[in-house]
Design a protein around this ligand. Structure first.
Ligand SMILES: NC(=O)c1ccc[n+]([C@@H]2O[C@H](COP(=O)([O-])OP(=O)(O)OC[C@H]3O[C@@H](n4cnc5c(N)ncnc54)[C@H](OP(=O)(O)O)[C@@H]3O)[C@@H](O)[C@H]2O)c1
Length: 293
């Protein structure tokens, strides 16, 4: 994402918790590093760190804030400690809120600015065994949906980017954690459904539908460059039928039963299901997403 923006004439401030990990980013940035790209240290879970980071920006002047930091959490809820759940909310929800709170007052004063929040398809649709992660993304969607109305009055834009699966370290880190976890507290059937049914389907879904980080960066760039940016931006048109299904039945039954059948009854037909999903994605639904191309 940083690379995608620093080659335009925008001045980019990239942030990371541990600046010792900067080498990959610096290499990707090429000669923009030190010119249009600077690096600052930031931990979105720390009030102090957020304040120090924003205070070091000249006049606090930030035109575009991109909230990308996020952590995942997978597994049966019975085996996840409350502290682990709070860690997810501390990053995905409070981390984003902390950043917006720090940057928004100056944007409101200047009557200009654009806040981008990296949400997820899982901010719109619950996904089995992603209960807590999904809840954190629903929480940030609710926060942003409420904030967007007030911000409009101050000419400040707010946009959610809602990717489906993306091939990043996120996926690798979660799969590594799943492999080493034993899931104490969860019964044998639940662990079996999780490891043998859900994880297998999830691997299929990532393979069939996964986008690249570059795709997401391009979609984000499009949203930023748009004269009238949309509030919600699904990046993967294959997910529009899922979202449409949710809103087609206000009782919620259609979504719950469809996902149940997809996972437990047609799990072995997942590849075919993926093809059906692709067919369902007609051009009218595609128009509802932001495409990287
Ligand atoms: N990958 C997917 O399939 C997918 C799908 C939909 C949405 N998303 C969302 O996309 C965003 C980016 O995820 P990704 O896929 O690029 O995963 P990633 O490769 O794991 O990147 C997440 C980044 O967040 C940073 N981070 C975590 N906690 C932080 C904190 N307290 N303060 C500052 N930075 C922190 C991590 O830094 P460290 O290196 O220091 O840990 C890491 O650079 C997340 O919000 C995620 O929820 C991902």
């Amino acid at each position: 994402m940083t690379k995608c923006f620093s080659v335009t004439c925008l001045e980019v401030i990239a942030t990371m918790r541990d600046l010792r990990k900067k080498h990959q980013l610096v290499e990707a940035a090429g000669d923009t590093y030190g010119k249009t790209l600077t690096l600052l240290s930031l931990d979105v879970c720390s009030d102090d760190s957020v304040r120090k980071c924003i205070d070091s920006v000249k006049d606090h002047h930030i035109d575009i804030l991109i909230n990308n930091a996020g952590v995942g959490l997978l597994g049966p809820v019975e085996s996840i400690s409350m502290d682990e759940m709070k860690r997810v909310f501390e990053t995905n929800f409070f981390g984003t809120v902390r950043m917006i709170k720090e940057v928004m007052p100056d944007m409101k004063r200047r009557q200009s600015g654009h806040i981008i929040v990296m949400s997820s398809v899982m901010g719109l649709q619950g996904v089995v065994f992603n209960d807590v992660y999904t809840a954190s993304k629903f929480a940030i969607e609710g926060f942003c949906e409420s904030m967007a109305v007030q911000l409009l009055k101050f000419n400040v834009k707010l946009s959610l980017i809602e990717p489906g699966p993306v091939h990043t370290e996120f996926e690798t880190k979660m799969m590594e954690e799943v492999a080493k976890m034993e899931y104490p507290g969860a019964d044998a059937d639940t662990v079996r459904y999780f490891k043998d049914v859900y994880i297998q389907s999830s691997i299929d879904i990532f393979e069939a539908l996964g986008q690249t980080p570059e795709d997401i960066a391009k979609c984000t760039k499009k949203v930023i460059e748009s004269s009238r940016p949309r509030f919600r931006n699904l990046t993967n048109s294959l997910y529009t039928p899922i979202v449409a299904m949710k809103y087609a039945d206000e009782t919620g039954g259609l979504s719950v039963h469809t996902f149940y059948n997809l996972l437990f009854n047609f799990g072995s037909l997942m590849h075919i299901t993926m093809s059906i999903l692709k067919c369902l994605t007609c051009s009218c639904l595609r128009r509802r997403t932001i495409s990287p191309d």
